[in-house]
Design a protein around this ligand. Structure first.
Ligand SMILES: [Zn+2]
Length: 73
């Protein structure tokens, strides 16, 4: 179940910091309209559509490939 972030966590994510683990490395996934799915390097997946409140969508598989992140959304 997607879970809306609280205001503090949402603000963190909008500054580019994962509110679940503090990572600042993200990979972009499928997007629709103004919304994008993003995941941090630890696999925390979010629905991201500023200025709307972001949603946490659980974890997915993310692997590092050199300097790039590869994610299975
Ligand atoms: Zn994270």
């Amino acid at each position: 179940m997607p879970e809306k972030l609280n205001q503090e966590d949402d603000a963190k994510l909008k500054k580019g910091v994962c509110p679940k683990c503090g990572s600042t490395h993200f990979v972009e996934g499928p997007s629709g309209g103004e919304a994008t799915n993003i995941a941090c390097e630890q696999g925390h997946r979010f629905w991201f559509a500023p200025p709307f409140t972001s949603e946490y969508q659980g974890t997915i598989r993310v692997e590092r490939e050199g300097d790039m992140l590869k994610a299975w959304f």
